[in-house]
Design a protein around this ligand. Structure first.
Ligand code: AMP
Ligand code: MG
Length: 404
């Protein structure tokens, strides 16, 4: 059995980003992956300006007297343009352009306005106080956003603030999706005896929709070698990646292996993880291939742990980060036998002492999907680890974006 980390490493070493790009206006680029470094065309701020409502001063003027005339006003969008008389101050608003020669802004709370329209500065400011200097945040030519970043509600407004109106992104990855099994019925159809609903295609589709992917739905395949072959061939012509579920173990109706060995270069891995032992990865003529196990929990966990990084690589999402791992205290005993990396479903919360505590949720069998809805993390129990006792420290992975 192959350790999970090795499987991921082997996969990523084979995969390359599919370099098909397009240029989109910012409004259409959300959740897409940036295909170029975004170089700032302007300085931010673009001019020296005030961080406060108050008075712009020249510190030298304050050496003689702290009561000074008000020479003029500078508003945001309406700068002071006249000559700045000696020994005077300029009334200035937040974001307004700093008059030339000013070396500090005194906030209005520290100023007394006198009846003769002079002001008294009650607290001498430090040099540069309350001034935002040109280029202080970003300079012309700086990389404002790295290639391979996801465009989000945080990063897109940054580009807008730089006046960048359109952005080169990777085209969506085309992912063909299909389920295999004579027992499967699409949601919405009646069930005959011995049949079950196809939940995997739905699970995977929902996760794919949170990634920069376009889903090509190839439905359910009956356990028929000929149909597998025809459909796999068709799918790989249209897609960058084909994802199947079911039929990857060694049962009599598990044809995936036979068909793929004929049409491509596929590895069948027994991964030392639970749930999710059987997993196929490789290449057909025109597309990559990931074969998930049929068990719904295994399908979800293998997609999350293995296919997600593969998609990140293919879609150019180089700034993608593997699921975050935290340390938590086991609030209950956990059953675990040594030999496989175990992803148990758990619920974590911060206890009264401010520590993270985690409990397993429901039954942990790979066919039992229900526990997911009341869990918020995986409890990641290392391969060689045995049972966990209350109070032991374990690693958890809070569910990432694609599961929420
Ligand atoms: P298989 O890997 O094809 O042997 O399937 C393993 C188990 O997962 C069997 O109990 C299947 O009925 C079940 N299964 C396979 N595919 C799906 C699916 N798309 N949705 C729900 N359960 C499935
Ligand atoms: Mg099957």
């Amino acid at each position: 059995m192959l350790p999970l980390e090795q499987a991921i490493e082997q996969m990523l070493s084979q995969l390359e980003t599919i370099n098909r790009t397009e240029i989109l206006p910012l409004q259409q680029a959300v959740a897409r992956i940036c295909a170029e470094d975004i170089i700032s065309p302007i300085n931010v701020p673009a001019f020296d300006n005030s961080a406060m409502d108050g008075y712009a001063v020249r510190l030298a003027d304050l050496q003689h007297s702290t009561t000074l005339a008000v020479c003029g006003k500078s508003f945001a969008g309406n700068p002071f343009k006249e000559e700045w008389k000696e020994k005077s101050v300029i009334r200035i608003m937040t974001g307004a352009m700093l008059p030339e020669g000013a070396d500090a802004v005194v906030m209005q709370e520290n100023v007394t306005v006198n009846e003769d329209s002079t002001v008294t500065i009650n607290e001498i400011p430090k040099l540069n106080q309350n001034i935002r200097r040109l280029g202080e945040n970003i300079k012309v030519g700086d990389v404002a956003l790295k290639m391979g970043s996801k465009l989000t509600a945080l990063s897109l407004p940054l580009l807008a603030s730089l006046g960048v109106a359109q952005v080169k992104v990777y085209q969506k990855l085309k992912v063909a999706l299909l389920s295999t099994g004579d027992e499967l019925v699409s949601v919405g159809q009646p069930l005959a005896q011995g049949q079950i609903y196809d939940s995997n295609r739905f699970t995977v589709q929902l996760m794919l929709e949170r990634l920069p992917c376009e889903v090509l739905d190839f439905g359910i395949l009956p356990d028929d070698e000929k149909i597998f072959e025809q459909t796999f061939l068709k799918a790989q012509e249209q897609a960058d990646l084909v994802i199947t579920s079911g039929g990857v173990s060694v049962g009599e109706a598990d044809f995936t292996k036979a068909v793929l060995e004929k049409c491509g270069k596929i590895n069948f891995w027994k991964i030392a993880m639970k749930p999710g032992k059987p997993f196929a990865f490789g290449k057909l003529n025109h597309a990559w291939f990931c074969g998930l196990p049929g068990n719904p929990v295994s399908a979800l966990v293998t997609f999350y742990q293995l296919v997600q990084p593969a998609i990140a690589k293919l879609s150019g999402y180089s700034q993608w980060q593997a699921p975050q791992q935290l340390k938590a205290i086991a609030a209950k005993n956990l059953k675990k036998s040594a030999g496989r990396l175990d992803f148990q479903r758990g619920f974590y919360q911060v206890n009264a002492q401010g520590q993270i505590e985690v409990s397993p949720v429901g039954q942990q069998g790979s066919h039992l999907f229900g526990a997911f809805i009341s869990s918020n993390c995986f409890i990641r129990l290392e391969q060689e680890r045995g049972n966990v006792n209350i109070g032991d420290i374990v690693t958890i992975e809070p569910f990432g974006d694609i599961l929420n």
